[in-house]
Design a protein around this ligand. Structure first.
Ligand SMILES: C[S@@+](CC[C@H](N)C(=O)[O-])C[C@H]1O[C@@H](n2cnc3c(N)ncnc32)[C@H](O)[C@@H]1O
Length: 286
Protein backbone atom coordinates (compact mmCIF):
# COMPACT_ATOMS: atom_id res chain seq x y z
CA UNK A 1 0.00 0.00 0.00
CA UNK A 2 1.42 3.34 -1.00
CA UNK A 3 0.84 6.13 1.50
CA UNK A 4 1.79 9.75 1.65
CA UNK A 5 3.77 10.89 4.69
CA UNK A 6 0.62 12.44 6.19
CA UNK A 7 -0.09 11.47 9.81
CA UNK A 8 -2.77 13.00 12.06
CA UNK A 9 -1.49 16.43 12.98
CA UNK A 10 -4.99 17.72 13.76
CA UNK A 11 -6.29 14.77 15.71
CA UNK A 12 -5.72 15.95 19.27
CA UNK A 13 -6.80 19.48 18.48
CA UNK A 14 -9.97 18.33 16.78
CA UNK A 15 -10.89 16.00 19.60
CA UNK A 16 -10.48 18.82 22.12
CA UNK A 17 -12.48 21.18 19.90
CA UNK A 18 -15.24 18.60 19.53
CA UNK A 19 -15.38 17.99 23.28
CA UNK A 20 -15.69 21.70 23.97
CA UNK A 21 -18.08 22.35 21.06
CA UNK A 22 -16.15 25.56 20.40
CA UNK A 23 -16.46 25.81 16.64
CA UNK A 24 -18.01 28.94 15.22
CA UNK A 25 -18.97 27.43 11.85
CA UNK A 26 -22.66 28.08 11.24
CA UNK A 27 -24.74 25.68 9.12
CA UNK A 28 -25.11 26.82 5.52
CA UNK A 29 -28.64 27.11 4.25
CA UNK A 30 -27.74 27.40 0.59
CA UNK A 31 -25.36 24.82 -0.87
CA UNK A 32 -24.25 27.27 -3.56
CA UNK A 33 -23.08 29.87 -1.10
CA UNK A 34 -19.93 28.29 0.22
CA UNK A 35 -16.68 29.50 1.57
CA UNK A 36 -13.46 27.60 0.89
CA UNK A 37 -11.43 27.18 4.08
CA UNK A 38 -7.64 26.94 4.07
CA UNK A 39 -6.35 23.71 2.54
CA UNK A 40 -5.01 22.58 5.90
CA UNK A 41 -8.54 22.25 7.30
CA UNK A 42 -9.15 18.49 7.35
CA UNK A 43 -12.87 18.67 6.63
CA UNK A 44 -15.85 19.36 8.77
CA UNK A 45 -19.60 19.53 8.67
CA UNK A 46 -22.18 21.24 10.81
CA UNK A 47 -24.34 19.12 13.11
CA UNK A 48 -27.91 19.83 14.20
CA UNK A 49 -26.80 22.51 16.66
CA UNK A 50 -24.64 24.12 13.99
CA UNK A 51 -21.41 22.94 15.66
CA UNK A 52 -18.55 21.81 13.46
CA UNK A 53 -18.05 18.06 13.40
CA UNK A 54 -14.46 17.00 12.85
CA UNK A 55 -15.10 14.37 10.19
CA UNK A 56 -11.61 12.91 10.12
CA UNK A 57 -11.67 12.13 13.84
CA UNK A 58 -15.13 10.64 13.50
CA UNK A 59 -14.13 8.32 10.65
CA UNK A 60 -10.93 7.31 12.40
CA UNK A 61 -13.05 5.86 15.17
CA UNK A 62 -15.61 3.75 13.29
CA UNK A 63 -13.82 1.39 10.83
CA UNK A 64 -13.89 -1.75 13.01
CA UNK A 65 -17.67 -2.10 12.67
CA UNK A 66 -18.16 0.13 9.64
CA UNK A 67 -18.87 -2.58 7.03
CA UNK A 68 -21.11 -4.61 9.34
CA UNK A 69 -23.23 -1.59 10.26
CA UNK A 70 -23.58 -0.59 6.59
CA UNK A 71 -24.81 -4.06 5.69
CA UNK A 72 -27.23 -4.27 8.64
CA UNK A 73 -28.62 -0.76 8.13
CA UNK A 74 -29.30 -1.27 4.44
CA UNK A 75 -30.10 -5.01 4.45
CA UNK A 76 -27.12 -5.37 2.05
CA UNK A 77 -28.57 -2.91 -0.47
CA UNK A 78 -25.45 -0.77 -0.04
CA UNK A 79 -23.39 -3.37 -1.90
CA UNK A 80 -25.92 -3.64 -4.73
CA UNK A 81 -25.85 0.16 -5.08
CA UNK A 82 -22.03 0.30 -5.08
CA UNK A 83 -22.09 -2.40 -7.76
CA UNK A 84 -24.23 -0.15 -9.97
CA UNK A 85 -21.72 2.66 -9.44
CA UNK A 86 -18.82 0.31 -10.26
CA UNK A 87 -20.49 -0.79 -13.50
CA UNK A 88 -21.13 2.87 -14.43
CA UNK A 89 -17.49 3.77 -13.66
CA UNK A 90 -16.25 1.01 -15.96
CA UNK A 91 -18.42 1.86 -18.96
CA UNK A 92 -16.29 2.65 -22.00
CA UNK A 93 -13.24 0.89 -20.47
CA UNK A 94 -11.53 3.91 -18.92
CA UNK A 95 -7.78 3.80 -18.37
CA UNK A 96 -7.85 5.42 -14.93
CA UNK A 97 -10.45 5.52 -12.16
CA UNK A 98 -10.31 7.25 -8.78
CA UNK A 99 -12.45 6.04 -5.85
CA UNK A 100 -12.67 9.25 -3.84
CA UNK A 101 -13.23 8.85 -0.06
CA UNK A 102 -12.84 5.10 -0.48
CA UNK A 103 -13.27 4.27 3.23
CA UNK A 104 -12.81 0.52 3.60
CA UNK A 105 -12.44 0.24 -0.17
CA UNK A 106 -15.71 -1.42 -1.20
CA UNK A 107 -16.24 0.57 -4.42
CA UNK A 108 -12.57 0.39 -5.45
CA UNK A 109 -12.53 -3.38 -4.91
CA UNK A 110 -15.72 -3.88 -6.90
CA UNK A 111 -14.19 -1.87 -9.73
CA UNK A 112 -10.92 -3.83 -9.49
CA UNK A 113 -12.78 -7.16 -9.65
CA UNK A 114 -14.47 -6.12 -12.90
CA UNK A 115 -11.80 -4.00 -14.60
CA UNK A 116 -9.46 -5.08 -17.34
CA UNK A 117 -5.72 -5.34 -16.57
CA UNK A 118 -5.07 -2.03 -18.32
CA UNK A 119 -7.32 0.03 -16.02
CA UNK A 120 -5.43 1.83 -13.25
CA UNK A 121 -7.50 2.16 -10.04
CA UNK A 122 -6.62 4.56 -7.25
CA UNK A 123 -8.39 4.81 -3.89
CA UNK A 124 -7.97 7.84 -1.64
CA UNK A 125 -9.24 8.73 1.85
CA UNK A 126 -8.03 10.91 4.73
CA UNK A 127 -8.63 8.29 7.42
CA UNK A 128 -5.64 6.02 8.02
CA UNK A 129 -7.69 3.39 9.94
CA UNK A 130 -10.24 3.21 7.10
CA UNK A 131 -7.41 2.75 4.58
CA UNK A 132 -5.82 0.03 6.70
CA UNK A 133 -9.12 -1.87 6.54
CA UNK A 134 -9.21 -1.29 2.76
CA UNK A 135 -5.64 -2.59 2.43
CA UNK A 136 -6.48 -5.76 4.40
CA UNK A 137 -9.48 -6.43 2.15
CA UNK A 138 -7.42 -5.80 -1.00
CA UNK A 139 -4.78 -8.30 0.16
CA UNK A 140 -7.41 -10.92 1.05
CA UNK A 141 -8.97 -10.57 -2.39
CA UNK A 142 -5.60 -10.32 -4.10
CA UNK A 143 -6.67 -7.10 -5.77
CA UNK A 144 -3.48 -5.34 -4.71
CA UNK A 145 -1.71 -5.36 -8.08
CA UNK A 146 -4.13 -3.05 -9.82
CA UNK A 147 -5.18 -0.92 -6.90
CA UNK A 148 -3.20 1.89 -5.36
CA UNK A 149 -4.40 3.09 -1.93
CA UNK A 150 -3.37 6.59 -0.95
CA UNK A 151 -3.88 8.75 2.15
CA UNK A 152 -5.07 12.20 1.14
CA UNK A 153 -7.63 14.95 1.63
CA UNK A 154 -10.35 15.45 -0.98
CA UNK A 155 -9.69 19.18 -0.77
CA UNK A 156 -6.04 18.85 -1.75
CA UNK A 157 -5.71 15.70 -3.80
CA UNK A 158 -2.16 14.45 -4.37
CA UNK A 159 -2.64 14.11 -8.15
CA UNK A 160 -1.82 16.26 -11.17
CA UNK A 161 -4.49 18.06 -13.19
CA UNK A 162 -6.66 15.80 -15.38
CA UNK A 163 -5.23 12.61 -13.91
CA UNK A 164 -8.39 10.46 -14.13
CA UNK A 165 -10.90 9.42 -16.79
CA UNK A 166 -13.50 8.64 -14.13
CA UNK A 167 -14.00 9.60 -10.49
CA UNK A 168 -16.43 7.56 -8.37
CA UNK A 169 -17.63 8.27 -4.85
CA UNK A 170 -19.85 6.05 -2.71
CA UNK A 171 -21.77 7.36 0.31
CA UNK A 172 -19.22 10.10 0.99
CA UNK A 173 -20.43 12.93 -1.22
CA UNK A 174 -22.81 13.84 1.62
CA UNK A 175 -19.81 14.31 3.92
CA UNK A 176 -18.17 16.64 1.41
CA UNK A 177 -21.25 18.67 0.58
CA UNK A 178 -23.79 18.64 3.41
CA UNK A 179 -23.47 21.91 5.30
CA UNK A 180 -19.77 21.66 4.74
CA UNK A 181 -18.04 25.02 4.31
CA UNK A 182 -15.53 23.44 1.92
CA UNK A 183 -18.12 22.20 -0.59
CA UNK A 184 -16.97 24.50 -3.41
CA UNK A 185 -13.31 23.68 -2.80
CA UNK A 186 -14.01 19.92 -2.94
CA UNK A 187 -15.94 20.21 -6.20
CA UNK A 188 -13.25 22.39 -7.74
CA UNK A 189 -10.64 19.81 -6.77
CA UNK A 190 -12.70 16.98 -8.29
CA UNK A 191 -12.97 18.98 -11.52
CA UNK A 192 -9.23 19.68 -11.48
CA UNK A 193 -8.17 16.01 -11.37
CA UNK A 194 -10.90 14.82 -13.79
CA UNK A 195 -9.98 14.75 -17.48
CA UNK A 196 -11.92 16.86 -19.98
CA UNK A 197 -14.79 14.69 -21.14
CA UNK A 198 -14.39 12.61 -17.97
CA UNK A 199 -17.17 11.29 -15.79
CA UNK A 200 -18.04 11.80 -12.14
CA UNK A 201 -20.17 8.98 -10.65
CA UNK A 202 -21.88 9.47 -7.30
CA UNK A 203 -23.90 6.94 -5.34
CA UNK A 204 -25.46 8.59 -2.32
CA UNK A 205 -28.47 8.63 -0.05
CA UNK A 206 -31.29 10.80 -1.34
CA UNK A 207 -34.90 11.72 -0.62
CA UNK A 208 -37.84 9.64 -1.89
CA UNK A 209 -40.28 11.75 -3.93
CA UNK A 210 -43.30 10.03 -2.37
CA UNK A 211 -44.25 11.76 0.88
CA UNK A 212 -45.29 8.45 2.45
CA UNK A 213 -42.02 6.75 1.56
CA UNK A 214 -40.05 9.77 2.74
CA UNK A 215 -41.80 9.68 6.12
CA UNK A 216 -41.12 5.95 6.45
CA UNK A 217 -37.48 6.48 5.46
CA UNK A 218 -37.00 9.29 8.00
CA UNK A 219 -38.69 7.20 10.69
CA UNK A 220 -36.36 4.32 9.89
CA UNK A 221 -33.32 6.60 10.20
CA UNK A 222 -34.37 7.75 13.66
CA UNK A 223 -35.70 4.43 14.98
CA UNK A 224 -33.21 1.99 13.46
CA UNK A 225 -30.12 3.57 11.89
CA UNK A 226 -29.02 5.85 14.73
CA UNK A 227 -29.62 3.33 17.59
CA UNK A 228 -28.22 0.37 15.61
CA UNK A 229 -25.04 2.25 14.70
CA UNK A 230 -24.63 3.36 18.32
CA UNK A 231 -25.28 -0.14 19.66
CA UNK A 232 -22.83 -1.91 17.35
CA UNK A 233 -20.08 0.72 17.23
CA UNK A 234 -20.43 2.43 20.62
CA UNK A 235 -20.16 5.79 18.79
CA UNK A 236 -23.41 7.59 19.43
CA UNK A 237 -22.38 10.93 17.89
CA UNK A 238 -21.17 9.44 14.61
CA UNK A 239 -24.41 7.57 13.95
CA UNK A 240 -26.66 10.39 15.15
CA UNK A 241 -24.83 12.61 12.65
CA UNK A 242 -25.27 9.95 9.94
CA UNK A 243 -29.03 9.64 10.49
CA UNK A 244 -29.50 13.40 10.79
CA UNK A 245 -27.46 14.25 7.70
CA UNK A 246 -29.28 11.57 5.67
CA UNK A 247 -32.63 12.96 6.77
CA UNK A 248 -31.74 16.47 5.65
CA UNK A 249 -29.59 15.68 2.61
CA UNK A 250 -30.39 16.82 -0.91
CA UNK A 251 -33.03 15.41 -3.22
CA UNK A 252 -31.91 14.38 -6.71
CA UNK A 253 -32.87 17.78 -8.15
CA UNK A 254 -31.03 19.68 -5.43
CA UNK A 255 -27.90 17.61 -5.93
CA UNK A 256 -28.09 18.16 -9.70
CA UNK A 257 -28.39 21.92 -9.07
CA UNK A 258 -25.35 21.82 -6.80
CA UNK A 259 -23.28 20.04 -9.48
CA UNK A 260 -24.49 22.33 -12.26
CA UNK A 261 -23.63 25.37 -10.12
CA UNK A 262 -20.06 24.06 -9.76
CA UNK A 263 -19.42 23.53 -13.46
CA UNK A 264 -20.54 19.93 -14.09
CA UNK A 265 -22.68 19.13 -17.11
CA UNK A 266 -24.86 16.35 -18.56
CA UNK A 267 -26.10 15.44 -15.10
CA UNK A 268 -28.37 12.44 -14.95
CA UNK A 269 -29.62 10.62 -11.89
CA UNK A 270 -31.51 7.42 -11.17
CA UNK A 271 -33.45 6.71 -7.97
CA UNK A 272 -32.58 3.53 -6.10
CA UNK A 273 -35.09 1.68 -3.90
CA UNK A 274 -37.84 4.26 -4.23
CA UNK A 275 -35.37 7.14 -3.96
CA UNK A 276 -33.77 6.45 -0.56
CA UNK A 277 -30.53 6.49 -2.55
CA UNK A 278 -29.61 7.63 -6.05
CA UNK A 279 -26.96 7.14 -8.68
CA UNK A 280 -25.79 10.40 -10.27
CA UNK A 281 -23.52 10.74 -13.29
CA UNK A 282 -22.05 14.09 -14.25
CA UNK A 283 -19.64 15.13 -16.97
CA UNK A 284 -16.79 17.60 -17.12
CA UNK A 285 -17.31 19.77 -20.13
CA UNK A 286 -14.50 19.66 -22.69
C1 LIG B 1 -19.42 7.23 4.86
S1 LIG B 1 -17.76 6.83 4.48
C2 LIG B 1 -17.91 6.12 2.86
C3 LIG B 1 -16.76 5.17 2.57
C4 LIG B 1 -16.85 4.37 1.29
N1 LIG B 1 -16.78 5.19 0.12
C5 LIG B 1 -18.05 3.48 1.26
O1 LIG B 1 -18.61 3.29 0.18
O2 LIG B 1 -18.41 2.91 2.29
C6 LIG B 1 -17.06 8.39 4.16
C7 LIG B 1 -15.57 8.33 3.94
O3 LIG B 1 -15.16 9.60 3.45
C8 LIG B 1 -13.91 9.92 4.03
N2 LIG B 1 -13.76 11.37 3.96
C9 LIG B 1 -14.61 12.32 4.43
N3 LIG B 1 -14.13 13.54 4.16
C10 LIG B 1 -12.96 13.36 3.48
C11 LIG B 1 -12.00 14.25 2.93
N4 LIG B 1 -12.14 15.56 3.03
N5 LIG B 1 -10.92 13.73 2.30
C12 LIG B 1 -10.76 12.39 2.20
N6 LIG B 1 -11.63 11.49 2.72
C13 LIG B 1 -12.72 11.97 3.36
C14 LIG B 1 -14.00 9.36 5.45
O4 LIG B 1 -12.74 9.16 6.04
C15 LIG B 1 -14.75 8.06 5.20
O5 LIG B 1 -13.88 6.99 4.98
Amino acid sequence: MKKSGMSHPWRGVLQREAARGRSKTAPLQNPHVTEALPAANPGSAADEQGKTLPLQTMFNEVPRHYDLINRLMTCYFDQAWRKKAAVECLQGHPGSILDLCTGTGDLALMIAERAGRDTRITAVDFSQPMLEAAGRKARQRQAGGQLQIILGDAGRLPFPDEAFDVIGIAFAFRNLTFRNPRTAAYLAEIRRVLKRGGKFVIVETSQPRSAVLRRLFHGYLAAVVAPLGWLVSGHRGAYRYLAWSMRHYYSRNELAALLAGQGFSCIISRPLLGGVAALHVAGKAG
